[in-house]
Structures are given as C-alpha cells and as structure tokens.
Design a protein around this ligand. Structure first.
Ligand SMILES: Cc1cc2nc3c(=O)[nH]c(=O)nc-3n(C[C@H](O)[C@H](O)[C@H](O)COP(=O)(O)OP(=O)(O)OC[C@H]3O[C@@H](n4cnc5c(N)ncnc54)[C@H](O)[C@@H]3O)c2cc1C
Length: 498
C-alpha cells in the first residue's frame, strides 16, 4: 500500500498552486504546505502498516485496500470503517477536516450506486466505478470543490452577469469536455492527488451548463488553486503553534482556464436532475458526513481534555461553578459522540445493500453543530481567562538569559513546571485565538453547508415529523368538547384525518 514517502514524491508534478502572488512550485517543500504534507504522509504510513488494522480485502479490486475507502455492506463493516476513520482522526486529533477519507467516503457511496450516474450518452456510470477502483488501488487523496463561488447568492449562475464565473461546460471535443470558471473551496486541494468538482447547491433548468461532475489530477493544464493566506508560515515554532504548525490544510478557490476533462473522467455531463440525485440518492451525503462527525467527535474530546487540564493547572477545578462548566462541556461532547453511535446503531441497508447511517441521528446532531462548536470554544475561552495571553512572546523568552528566569518564576503554577504551563496555554490559544483557530471555527460552521441549509434542509427533512404528528393527531382525536372519546372511535377518526 502507498507510503507517505511515495505520496510526498508524487506532489512534485508541476501543479499550479498560487500563493502570495507566486506559483508555489513543489508544495512538499513550500513552507505554507510542507508541514501538513508531512502530516498527510504520516496518515498514509499508518494505513500502510498492517499492524494498525486499517486494511481489508476489497471485493471491487480483489486486493488489499484502505478501510476508510470501503463500501459498508453490514453493521460490522460500518463499525470497522468507523474505527479506521477514528484511527486517522486520532493521529491529527481531529484537526485535519479533509483528510483523504473524507472525499473517498463520498466515492464509496457513489460507486455503490452506479445506476444514478447511468446515461445513454456515454458510460458515465462505468467511469465512476473505475475511478473508485483507482482510489482503492492507489490510495488516492481526492479533495473537492462543490460549491459555486461566493459571487452572488441572489440567483444561481445562469442569472449572474459575468460569464462562467462558476465552473461550467464551454465546449466539447472528441477527447472530452472543456470547462471554464471557478468553484469553492477545495480544502487540501493544493496538496491532494486529484480534485473532484461538482455542484451540491440546487440548480435550475437554465443552469444546465453548470450541472457537471468530474475529477482531475491536481497537475492538469489550466487548473489552478488560488490559496487563502497560509497560517503555517507564521508559526514561529511547533511549541508556540502546536496545531498551526502541523495541521494547516490549505483552502483554495479552484480556477479552470478552459480545462480539458477527458471523457473517462466525466461522471455527469450537463444534467441537472442527476446532479441533484448524486449526493442524496446514493447515500453519499449521509456516509460522508458520518465520516466528518467521527472526526469531529475526536476533536471535541481533545478540546475537552485541554479545558479539563487548564482547570486543573489553574486550580479552579474544585470550584462548583467550574465543575458545572466542565459538566456542560462533557454534555456537549458526549451528545455528539452518542449521536454518532446512534447513527451507526440505526443504520440500514439501502436498496443496493449499502449500510446508510441513520439520518435522523446524524442530521440531528449536525443541525446543532453551529451552536455546539462555538459553545465548546466559549467554555474553553472562559476557563482559560487571560492565561492564554499572560505568556511570553515565544520559545526564545524561555531560553534567553535576559528573560528565562522571569518566565520560569512568574509564568508558572504550583503544580506544573513553567514549561508545561506555557505549553498548555499555547495549545489553548491555537484552539481559540490564532488565525488557525478562527479558520477552524468557520470550518465547523460551514463545512457541511451554511447552517440555514443544514438545519432547514437536512435536519428538518430527515427528522420524520410525520410519525410524531400522526401520534399527536391520535391524541388530539381522543377528546372533544364532550370529553374523552372511546379509544376505538379515536383511532378511526385519527386514521380518517391522516
Ligand atoms: C474553512 C472552510 C473549508 C471549506 N472546505 C470546503 C471543501 O473542502 N470543499 C467544498 O466544496 N467546500 C468547502 N467549504 C465551503 C462550504 O461548503 C461553504 O462555505 C458552504 O457550503 C456555505 O456556502 P457559502 O460559504 O457560500 O455560504 P452562503 O451560502 O453564501 O451563505 C452565507 C450566509 O448567508 C446567509 N444566507 C445565504 N443564503 C441564504 C438563504 N437562502 N436563506 C437564509 N440565509 C441565507 C446565511 O447567513 C449564510 O450563513 C469550506 C468552507 C469553509 C469555511
């Protein structure tokens, strides 16, 4: 199975990654990306070591593959899959949102439902299946850009004044589609092997040119990653920025300068209806977000541990009010954990035999994420107080003859060394206060869609209100202004209502 070193070597492929007004060159050696590349390489090494239990025999390729890419076909498969995703998430403590298992999970579900992509035009379903087999065989790191750029949300792309601001088809040749425009926001795109491009937002009949789905190697001619400001380059040391320095996944707007998409890489070609079905009729949205909740759970457990330790170091953990806050934090974390397990427990096979995590539990907890993550951060902020700023300017102060003695004496606690205290509070600042921290707060709020979409579409539609409303109607039918209705009659009238 592919190793970390193989992944690193493959990155020097001439891809166009734009940052600070320059083309980055080899991203594995560029200071904005090299550290997170190392982290991803470590993930590949973990998967490649059979001792870590992340491999299985894939029936699709009749060979060994990474469990995080597998199609779950039984409750045991789902459990094994979660354990593998957790194994990777624990390595990054949940701070790498778009590790290769994220988009790979979507492809597992797509591949379990090739009929959704079937077309009389060309063998798009076959393209999809073969692409998935490549992910399995080559342990591919695929990122995705599936949201129209923020240009105007007043209309969809067909109503925009600019031509092909959102990526769309401008032509067709014997070799494939020619696409032009841009799409947001490929986290990890600049350091991934391939980018999957489509549109998850609903499109109308006039948007047909934008209703595409395809994947391309990162080094494709005309394909560019316009990266946001990097944070890793400002991380003066691992000690001062323990998260920024390792886990700063790049986010990029992906730009297409009349890019050729070979036919064998096209999954949907100008078809609004298939575009709508790809995420929801395949179970991909549920399975992919279940992977994301597994990662989030690990991250919340990590943040809870930091909060608990800060209370201990500051000697506040015996105060009832602080215990209450730690209790609230525990309640939030365990409710996310529990929903994850509930989704697994309530998973059911769909018509194609793929186990789909229970949508009610999954989308229920996702609907609260825009409140739970800020709440967790708020509790950590509250417990840390000014301790995250009553810190020396950096490791240099801890080593210099001019400052070390004062730092050691005054930036300390009775129960831990000065170094331990500073280490802990620096970590807390990287969770709540640095640019990396701010980006993570935005990430947890938006990665699965804006909160109005998560709540108003996914959570609302998957709760199953009908059943509860029917039960309520039965209750309401049980009494009138004349008193209690005999039970048989109440049931009949509730049935008539329904
Ligand atoms: C850090 C980060 C990483 C990301 N990584 C990826 C990635 O890897 N791949 C990818 O494809 N995408 C990624 N995304 C993009 C993400 O999917 C989008 O941010 C998300 O879908 C929301 O779209 P938007 O940001 O354009 O928000 P918009 O849809 O523009 O919404 C922004 C706000 O406008 C208001 N609003 C807009 N429309 C309405 C409406 N109809 N009703 C009510 N309120 C409305 C709401 O307040 C809403 O929160 C990432 C985003 C972030 C922040």
């Amino acid at each position: 199975m592919r190793t970390g070193a193989e992944y690193i070597n493959s990155l020097n492929d001439g891809r166009t990654v734009l940052i600070d007004g320059q083309v980055a060159g080899n991203v594995a050696e560029h200071p904005a990306f090299s550290k997170v590349v190392e982290t991803v390489a470590e993930l590949f090494d973990i998967a490649a070591d059979p001792a870590n239990g992340m491999q299985y025999q894939s029936p699709e390729i009749d060979g060994p593959a990474n469990l995080v890419f597998g199609i779950p076909r039984s409750p045991e498969d789902l459990k094994r899959r979660r354990a593998a995703v957790e194994r990777w998430a624990k390595h990054t403590h949940g701070w790498v949102g778009r590790s290769p298992d994220h988009v790979g999970t979507f492809f597992a579900a797509f591949a379990a439902h090739p009929e959704v992509f079937a077309s009389e035009e060309r063998d798009y379903a076959g393209n999809l299946t073969r692409y998935y087999e490549r992910i399995l065989r080559e342990n591919l790191y695929v990122s995705y850009a599936i949201i129209p750029p923020q240009y105007s949300r007043a209309t969809t792309a067909s109503g925009w004044e600019g031509d092909f601001i959102q990526v769309g088809v401008v032509g067709e040749t014997e070799e494939g589609l020619i696409v032009r425009g841009s799409q947001m926001l490929a986290t990890g795109g600049a350091i991934s092997d391939e980018v999957f491009v489509t549109c998850i937002k609903p499109l109308g009949p006039d948007d047909v040119d934008f209703a595409v789905s395809f994947a391309l190697p990162a080094a494709t001619e005309g394909l560019k990653f316009l990266c946001r400001r990097p944070y890793a380059t400002a991380a003066t040391s691992e000690f001062d920025y323990p998260l920024t320095s390792r886990y700063d996944e790049p986010d990029a707007l992906v730009i297409f300068d009349d890019v050729l998409v070979p036919w064998d890489r096209v999954f949907i070609n100008r078809n609004v209806e298939t575009l709508r079905r790809q995420f929801f009729d395949t179970g991909a949205h549920a399975l992919g977000n279940w992977q994301a909740q597994t990662r989030l759970t690990v991250k919340l457990q990590f943040i809870a541990a930091v909060a608990r330790k800060i209370a201990a170091v500051n000697g506040t953990d015996r105060i009832p009010g602080v215990q209450e806050r730690l209790g609230e934090l525990a309640a939030v974390v365990s409710s996310v954990e529990s929903a994850l397990l509930a989704a697994e427990y309530s998973a059911e096979p769909d018509a194609n035999g793929m186990m789909v995590p229970g949508r009610r539990a999954l989308y229920g907890i996702m609907g609260l994420q825009s409140e739970t993550y800020p709440r967790v951060i708020q509790i950590l902020r509250d417990l840390a107080g000014g301790g995250v700023l009553q810190l020396p300017s950096g490791v240099a102060d801890m080593k210099s003859d001019v400052t070390a003695a004062d730092v050691e004496k005054y930036v300390a606690s009775p129960n831990v060394s000065s170094e331990e205290r500073i280490k802990l509070f620096r970590l807390a600042w990287d969770i709540i206060g640095t640019e990396f921290a701010g980006r993570h707060q935005q990430y947890e709020l938006f990665y699965a869609g804006a909160p109005f979409v998560v709540k108003g579409v996914y959570t609302y539609r998957n709760f199953g209100y009908e059943k509860h409303v029917a039960e309520l109607d039965e209750f309401l039918a049980g009494y009138t202004v004349d008193g209690r209705v005999p039970s048989g009659e109440a049931l009949v009238s509730a049935g008539e209502e329904a």
